[in-house]
Design a binder for this molecule. Structure first.
Ligand SMILES: Cc1cc2nc3c(=O)[nH]c(=O)nc-3n(C[C@H](O)[C@H](O)[C@H](O)COP(=O)(O)OP(=O)(O)OC[C@H]3O[C@@H](n4cnc5c(N)ncnc54)[C@H](O)[C@@H]3O)c2cc1C
Length: 336
């Protein structure tokens, strides 16, 4: 029997893992990306993310958000081991744990963690969650790009699909280079740009870009062993002497620039948690455009009217965490 041909639109973490899930379910897959997979060009979110594999303060979110995030996080250790073995690129999965500093509602936190079998250690600084993991997004994406090539996924980079009109079924989807792409099914995984792509259809997506900025410090190795979270701000130490400080939630449209004002703000917060950062060099300052949704819940569904179109988009603050589970869900819909 001929394989089902599927085109995935958008090569961030959600698109890469969707393409992987589909090829492993027996489809013939093409992944279309307007820039280059695993590069940061104009605000793509996945490259820019901190890579914390846990919802920050999950007791504030709906169960659906947390369950998808926990399901995704649980798939990471095996996924990263496989990526390292097959591509020799290390996504740097690390169960570093996360320390939550006050102020926060300790009772709600402990109750929630008990209900979800997440272990906690109460200490003088707040609450430590030893099972929280992290990855390094640029390396994760580079490894995924290599794995997709090994799995015979066709990568069409530097190819941008044009906004879709309301139709019954897609017979061909036009790209900006004039090429019309044909497939049995299409999956939109284009993050913050998904609304623009589908606004003339009945997709009803409530997605808008929400900018986040991050600083990258160089610190002596082991200056900090675990992620630290306080009041919407976090520090994420890598194993090789880099440390991230982030982030912001800014409603500024498709503007991927960084600002000096935010740099100062992040620096002040970082130094108040770890005073030694006053003397540490800031190597980089970047931003990403998250696919913002009102409740952090992505749309993983068939398009309401276009027969061969599926959606896996709108993962907002937790797309890196959710993506492995979200990809399996959409692949099951496409292959049903
Ligand atoms: C500062 C920051 C920190 C974050 N930290 C974390 C974290 O610690 N943990 C976590 O789980 N999540 C985190 N996130 C959120 C996470 O990064 C996102 O939820 C996730 O990356 C969304 O993935 P995506 O693939 O949907 O979007 P993207 O990575 O933005 O990918 C969408 C892709 O679609 C492409 N595209 C768009 N339109 C078209 C078109 N017409 N044709 C072809 N291609 C197109 C774009 O070029 C882009 O590459 C963070 C985000 C930011 C910005």
């Amino acid at each position: 029997m001929a394989k089902q041909k599927v085109i995935v639109v958008g090569g961030g973490i959600v698109g890469c893992l969707t393409a992987l899930a589909l090829v492993e379910d027996g489809c013939q897959v093409t992944l279309v990306e307007r820039n280059q997979i695993a590069a940061q060009t104009s605000g793509e979110s996945s490259w820019a993310g901190a890579g914390i594999l846990f919802p920050l303060l999950p007791w504030f979110y709906k169960d659906e958000v947390n369950l998808l995030a926990l399901a995704g996080a649980n798939l990471y250790p095996a996924l990263c081991q496989r990526l390292l073995t097959e591509t020799k690129i290390d996504p740097e999965y690390l169960q570093s744990g996360m320390q939550i500093l006050p102020p926060f509602d300790v009772d709600s936190a402990i109750n929630w963690c008990e209900r979800h079998q997440i272990s906690t250690l109460k200490n003088t600084n707040g609450l430590f969650l030893p099972s929280v993991g992290q990855v390094r997004p640029p390396h994760l994406l580079q490894a995924l790009r290599q794995l997709l090539i090994r799995q015979n996924v066709t990568l069409m980079e530097h190819t941008q699909l044009e906004p879709l009109q309301q139709i019954e079924k897609i017979t061909g989807w036009k790209a900006n280079n004039g090429v019309v792409l044909e497939a049995d099914a299409f999956v939109v995984t284009s993050g913050a740009w998904s609304f623009e792509l589908l606004k003339d259809t009945a997709a009803n997506l409530n997605i808008k870009p929400m900018r986040g900025q991050i600083l990258l410090y160089q610190v002596p190795q082991n200056s900090l062993k675990h992620i630290v979270y306080q009041n919407g701000f976090y520090l994420v130490p890598r194993q090789d002497g880099y440390l991230l400080a982030g982030s912001t939630l800014e409603d500024v449209g498709f503007d991927p620039r960084t600002t000096e004002e935010v740099k100062r703000e992040l620096k002040t917060k970082a130094e108040s948690i770890l005073p030694s950062l006053k003397h540490a060099p800031i190597l980089k300052h970047w931003s990403g455009l998250r696919p913002g949704t009102p409740d952090n819940l992505p749309t993983i569904a068939a398009h309401p009217t276009i027969k061969n179109l599926f959606l896996n988009t709108g993962h907002f603050r937790y797309g890196l965490t959710m993506a492995p589970a979200s990809a399996q869900r959409v692949a099951a819909l496409v292959c049903a």
